[in-house]
Design a protein. Structure first.
Length: 193
């Protein structure tokens, strides 16, 4: 693994990473190419990996028994991917993580990564920072669904992800804001008139 790791660069923005810990982490990393439409995590399956997105775009989404999808969030380059709740519970994931574009990720086995935690507090600092970011995103999404109507959620989506509307299909945006694609078409038409 090249020392120009994006994952390492991210870690260094969060915590002081001693050189020996950097070397150990780099030894755990592998590069994986994922094609658009392929999954990093598939609902119902166990995944033991955490990944850093060097290139590409992913979405986390739930699927009902009837096949209706609800997009939980989007993760562009410089994001960390995992079904962390499933990792903690050693259980199958409840949601899928799908590549929306061809992607290149740096992947690490969570169990091997966890072994580093006892060696240096930098890993706990890094993990806490990721969990805090995830918690803030979760609370923000809950607030949007509780306090905003569909049009407000759409405008919030546009502000939060200004370039995504051109990169993803309308039905995925609709699933993110919690409405049918036809309703999204009406909202978009209203915005342009």
């Amino acid at each position: 693994m090249n020392k120009q790791s994006g994952f390492i660069a991210l870690i260094k923005t969060i915590t002081d990473l001693p050189p020996e810990q950097e070397e150990k982490f780099i030894a755990l990393l592998s590069i994986k190419h994922i094609n658009s439409g392929e999954f990093f995590v598939k609902a119902g399956r166990i995944s033991r990996n955490i990944a850093f997105v060097n290139q590409g775009l992913f979405r986390y989404f739930y699927t009902t028994e009837e096949g209706v999808e609800f997009t939980k969030g989007f993760f562009d380059s410089r994001s960390v991917l995992s079904a962390y709740d499933a990792l903690l519970e050693n259980s199958p994931a409840h949601y899928s993580i799908e590549a929306l574009e061809d992607a290149v990720i740096e992947m690490v086995d969570y169990d091997k990564f966890r072994q580093l935690f006892s060696e240096d507090p930098c890993w706990n600092e890094f993990l806490v920072a990721l969990l805090q970011k995830g918690y803030v995103a979760k609370v923000r999404r809950e607030r949007e669904f509780l306090l905003m109507d569909a049009e407000q959620r759409y405008l919030t989506f546009l502000r939060r992800y200004p370039d995504l509307e051109k990169r993803i299909k309308q039905h995925i945006i609709a699933s993110y804001i919690g409405i049918a694609p036809e309703s999204l078409s009406r909202i978009r038409k209203k915005q342009t008139s």
